[in-house]
Design a protein around this ligand. Structure first.
Ligand code: ACO
Length: 451
């Protein structure tokens, strides 16, 4: 019997799978045996545990999904206790050392590393789609000069949906791949526009001779020179950072991508929603907040006082802690190495000394040891980005560009999974019921009472 077909069993049933858990419902005295599959029990099996026929059945309560698997996935493997991260079975360290970002994008989307011919064709497929409809430029003009780049990015990606009505055919795998290529190609072009809009520079068209990251640098920083030449060390550093950020299994933004996509929304709207989820300071927005925090601390000697504030619960140490990693984030290690390469070109970012001191003190402190709080991917990425010339408000955009690949790979996987349906969690209702209606003239002011 295939584990998929295992159904809920009551004791005494003749077929009993080897991996099971037996529960006794003390309310009724009944005993139930649930199959365990891949270290999980199915929440729907709990539903059959009832006090009587009128009872809805037992549910699992898991606010913030801390212990609930929502899908099967073969994209990213993460072992938070051991600090392991793999894309399609390849360790992140190996990919960061040997691959280009587009090569890793191919791996995430198709499941295997490309050979030379495949990579060339793939790079060409992406490069030839980097141009944007001129309407996006006009749309961008509507934003105020000080609009946050992440808000501009989220809105402009959603606006792409108006230009590609064919993207609604989300059940068609060929169509999905087509939209995937478009999005991977166009998100950097939009990102660069957000930056040029903020500084008031004219938009720069993509240059198809350049690599993915060189082209982003070109669209951001080209001035009057006839051809932009990116510093190869910085372009490679950006490539490595993009590889590290390309996917991270079922986090807040990826869950959003899958959840919005599960309603059959088109991928532009779903990516836009995922990018919105990424923008928050507890998720991708943390890299900007780390820089703000380092600015606020100001110098190395003020680190101990800041750590005290963290321990008193006044502030969070941004860039520290992770829902899944309870050991060193493997990406943070590679980022530290990348920082050294970048600083050889740009000179050392003075914020690094503050960051290193924060890390040193935090890792020795009982508060952080007890809670297993280590630097995450965002702790050092901002320092590198700033040294390269990116502004802090742009850091999360630099996260969203590569993560678009992960979101799309996860979205495609969701559409291929016969077990997936529209995402729809349950709730425990805590409000009142069947209240008597009170006519307007008899109602008391409630707002002030609640405030
Ligand atoms: N600074 C100080 N204390 C922290 C921090 C932190 N950065 N992170 C967690 N803690 C404490 C919590 O206060 C809590 O303490 P308590 O047990 O005394 O109440 C304990 O550690 C457990 O933390 P939770 O908030 O329960 O952990 P959770 O898994 O919900 O949160 C999160 C993970 C959101 C990443 C959290 O660590 C955090 O806010 N970090 C700072 C923001 C950040 O860097 N986010 C980027 C994450 S990586 C990414 O999304 C790309």
């Amino acid at each position: 019997m295939h584990p998929h077909n295992l159904s809920f069993l009551q004791q005494g049933d003749s077929i009993m799978p080897s991996d099971t858990i037996t529960l006794t419902d003390e309310r009724t005295g009944k005993t139930y045996t649930l199959p365990i599959e891949d270290g999980t029990v199915r929440s729907m099996d709990l539903r059959k545990i009832r006090t009587d026929d009128a009872d809805f059945g037992l549910m699992a309560y898991d606010p913030a999904f801390v212990n609930t698997a929502s899908c099967r996935s073969s994209i990213t493997y993460l072992d938070g206790e051991r600090g392991i991260l793999e894309y399609r079975g390849y360790p992140i360290e190996t990919l960061a050392e040997h691959c280009s970002f587009l090569e890793v994008a191919y791996l995430l989307v198709f499941g295997d590393l490309p050979n030379e011919t495949e990579l060339k064709a793939w790079a060409n497929e992406i490069t030839c789609r980097t141009m944007l409809h001129e309407n996006i430029g006009k749309f961008m003009e509507g934003f105020r000069y000080d609009a946050h780049p992440m808000s501009m990015l989220v809105s402009s990606i959603a606006a792409l949906s108006t230009l590609y009505p064919d993207a609604k055919e989300v059940r068609d795998p060929v169509n999905r791949l087509h939209q995937t290529k478009r999005l991977i190609a166009k998100v950097p072009s939009i990102a660069a526009m957000c930056y040029r809009h903020a500084v008031g520079f004219p938009y720069v068209y993509p240059d198809n001779d350049l690599s993915y990251t060189e082209n982003l640098m070109n669209m951001m920083w080209k001035m009057v020179e006839p051809k932009y030449a990116a510093n190869p060390v910085l372009a490679r550093a950006l490539d490595v950072l993009f590889i590290l950020h390309a996917d991270h299994e079922q986090n807040c933004s990826t869950n959003t991508m899958r959840s919005v996509g599960s309603s059959m929304a088109d991928p532009y709207l779903a990516v836009s929603a995922a990018a919105a989820a990424l923008s928050g300071s507890l998720h991708g927005g943390a890299n900007e907040q780390v820089l703000r925090m380092l600015e606020e601390i100001g110098s190395k000697d003020r680190v101990p006082a800041y750590i005290e504030r963290v321990k008193n619960g006044e502030v969070k140490l941004m860039g520290f802690g992770h829902r899944v990693y309870k050991n060193y984030d493997p990406r943070a290690k590679i980022i530290k190495w990348t920082a050294e390469q970048v600083f050889r070109v740009t000179g050392r970012n003075p914020k690094l000394d503050i960051a290193l001191e924060l890390e040193r003190i935090a890792l020795e402190d009982e508060y952080f040891i007890e809670r297993k709080l280590y630097p995450n991917v965002d702790f050092y990425s901002g320092i590198i980005y700033q040294a390269m010339g990116f502004k802090p408000e742009f850091f999360t955009v630099l996260f969203a560009i590569p993560r678009t690949v992960g979101w799309l790979a996860q979205w495609d996987e969701m559409h291929r999974d016969p077990e997936q349906k529209i995402a729809r969690p349950r709730q425990i209702y805590t409000g009142e019921r069947q209240r008597p209606f009170v006519p307007m003239q008899e109602r008391h002011a409630v707002l002030t009472a609640k405030q």
